[in-house]
Design a protein around this ligand. Sequence first.
Ligand SMILES: *Cc1c(COP(=O)(O)O)cnc(C)c1O
Length: 379
Amino acid sequence: MEKATKRIMLSTPTMHGEEMRFVQEAFDKNWIAPLGFNCDNLEMEMTKYLSRDLGREYYTLALCSGSSALHLAYKLAGVKPGDVVLCSDMTFAATVNPVSYEGGRQVFIDSERETWNMDPVALKRAFEKYPEAKVVSLVHLYGTPSKLDEIIAICKEHGAILVEDAAESLSATYKGRQTGTFGDYGVISFNGNKIITTSGGGMLITDNGDKRQKAFFWATQAREKAPWYQHEEIGYNYRMSNVVAGIGRGQLLHLEEHKARKKKIYERYAEGLKGLPVTMNPYLEETSPNFWLSCLLIDKGCEVTPMQIMDKLESYNVESRPIWKPMHTQPVFAGHDFITAGDKPVDEDVFARGLCLPSDIKMTEEEQGLVIEIIKSCF
Ligand SMILES: *Cc1c(COP(=O)(O)O)cnc(C)c1O
């Protein structure tokens, strides 16, 4: 095996040319400011994309990042100082950080083995311990939809608001419906490594028009209706720029194609790694993940570690990455409660045995073949 001459990456932007057309239009009209026609159109086009086949209208709000969308979602959900928020434990810190911006307290919920997402059984236990909890924060990790029916039923039973972090799962569906449209508030990220990108950006989704308006108000510095600058609340500068919204409009034209290519990559790994003591990141039959990142899980009892594979891949100029390190093990969240369904945390085990593999849709079959050969050589 020869070292890859061009580095094989986890997930990088894939541009098609149409993006430039929308960006050029912004330049031609000298509309370089935040807000503007590309933002409006991106919101309309995303609304159309998310709402199709649903007979239900969703409102979208283009923002400067997925993180800012999450922050506004927690604000809309009414998180106040001291409030407990029941959060997915295995995720990127961006999911849960904004709870702290509002003074809320994260209580972390373990994963289950069938999707690696929040375990409904653990969530149920969490509500027994924290009956006062009013907000649940759920992530669809690596583009794999969570057990939404079970989680939503538990939220309903407890009158809790669901914030759905679909930052990684745009285009993934659960029983035919887009992730991000199940929660009271949904969040999408257009960060550079996501399935489509605006270089940096995000979006808030809600079926409540008044809430969308409130989020818009906060995102534009909370300017009251008055001829002068009048402020009665703390606001933020969270809007998306009209320039990068143009990139998003061009990218959206290729979303389904990106998803199909991501799926191919996952299937090639599943096929190529057959016979090794590993499995791929699992998903439910009734779901259609976007396969944002393909991950492997080394069988229990096998002596090979994810770090050994990562180091080996690195020596061949191939990028890979550990699974998101569970939030309850992060020093910044020391002392926060962590609820599991059984005796042993599932997500710590997935973290200890899992690895994210290169899932860049520009990766050639040959390059992926090399990645597979390197992994094989580790066993
Ligand atoms: C990327 C990501 C975010 C944050 O999105 P940004 O646009 O980078 O702010 C939030 N949650 C998850 C799970 C993510 O992967």
